[in-house]
Write a protein of this length. Structure first.
Length: 365
């Protein structure tokens, strides 16, 4: 009897494989390390790489290291409160609020509940900005009141940012006076095709944000398997041409009842590859102060992103009315994710750095 049962088997010979890098990709990454942004054509080339390839791994590592240098080795922690739910006439075919198929009951968060969420999300004194999100059609006067009252309750070193529908220049000025420091607004991939929104009106709102002196937060979204590298690159470069405070990449979540559900969603690995390209394309953007990945994940934070969001209330990527009880990340979740990815501090609007306060687990390196 054979002791291990392998005596009659032929030995396996492993052939050594030397990994080599595509020289054109190597040249693009070396130029990025010298501070030169890749061209549009080179960015398309980077997005065409198989996400499991050696070159993609080097792309992500390069973006990660350059991002940590650009953003001073600090993360940025943001939070968003979805303050209302209603059937939305924009009818985005990827959103849980779309009038055509939503089954979420209409609701509006009270001021007291907004204050409670704000108190919880700023408790660790390391939040950069608190976002208020409405539907595309929203009551401007109610929002203005909420902003004015919330400003009185928040720590001075926390910015208020709005994520709302299109608005006029005068309204942008009023928001700024009331205490709004920035606004998230996007000309989405296939805007006007996958929804009913007017692309030109989206651009006018972005111009209104910038004219009012507010920080403009934007994102390459919602990315699905059907979007081509050229589509993605066009949106990325549009943002940098106008000058954004924050850029980001977000994958579309495949909501079961949405019309785009059958197209599926990209992997976090593919999203990380896109994050890397978004970062490298913005190397020369002086206004860029952070780069986010949606939804929060480790691969994104190790591929050029330095920013993630905690979420409460309504969430267009969720089928539950209170996302903090479902897929939304909490404050401690975000802090732990930062720590796992080697971040010990986050930046505040003043430029000062704050420690991550989550002491549930201490990591030592």
């Amino acid at each position: 009897m054979h002791s291990c049962g392998y005596n009659n088997e032929k030995p396996i010979h492993y052939r050594k494989r030397i990994m080599t890098i595509n020289t054109s990709i190597q040249a693009i990454l070396e130029q990025a390390q010298a501070g030169k942004i890749p061209s549009r054509e080179e960015c398309v080339q980077l997005l065409q790489l198989p996400e499991q390839s050696y070159e993609s791994a080097l792309l992500r590592a390069t973006a990660d290291q350059l991002s940590r240098v650009k953003f001073g080795q600090a993360g940025m922690l943001l939070a968003q409160i979805g303050i209302e739910i209603a059937p939305c006439p924009a009818n985005c075919t990827f959103c849980s609020f779309a009038r055509g198929y939503t089954d979420l009951p209409a609701s509006k968060m009270s001021l007291d509940d907004i204050f409670l969420h704000g108190k919880h999300l700023t408790a660790h004194e390391n939040l950069h900005s608190l976002f208020l999100m409405t539907m595309h059609d929203f009551d401007f006067d109610n929002l203005l009141q909420a902003v004015s009252e919330l400003r009185k309750h928040l720590p001075a070193d926390v910015d208020i940012v709005v994520n709302i529908g299109d608005f006029e220049r005068q309204q942008a000025n009023e928001l700024h006076v009331a205490g709004v420091k920035g606004a998230y607004h996007v000309r989405r991939l296939r805007e006007g095709i996958d929804n009913t929104l007017d692309v030109e009106e989206r651009w006018r709102t972005i111009e209104n944000i910038r004219h009012a002196g507010m920080d403009w937060y934007t994102c390459c979204e919602p990315i699905g398997p059907e979007h081509t590298p050229q589509e993605i690159i066009d949106q990325i470069f549009e943002a940098y041409a106008m000058g954004c405070f924050q850029n980001a990449a977000m994958r579309r979540v495949a909501l079961p009842k949405s019309p785009l559900f059958s197209r599926g969603q990209i992997s976090e690995l593919r999203l990380a590859q896109i994050v890397s390209v978004v970062f490298l394309a913005g190397l020369e953007c002086k206004e860029l102060k952070s780069l986010a990945v949606h939804e929060p994940n480790e691969l994104g934070l190790l591929s050029g992103a330095n920013c993630i969001y905690a979420e409460a209330g309504a969430n267009p990527r969720d089928t539950e009315a209170q996302t903090e009880r479902s897929r939304g990340f909490g404050l401690a979740d975000c802090e732990r994710l930062f720590m796992e990815c080697g971040y010990a501090q986050v930046v505040l609007p003043s430029g000062k750095h704050a420690d991550l306060q989550s002491n549930r687990i201490k990591l030592f390196t």
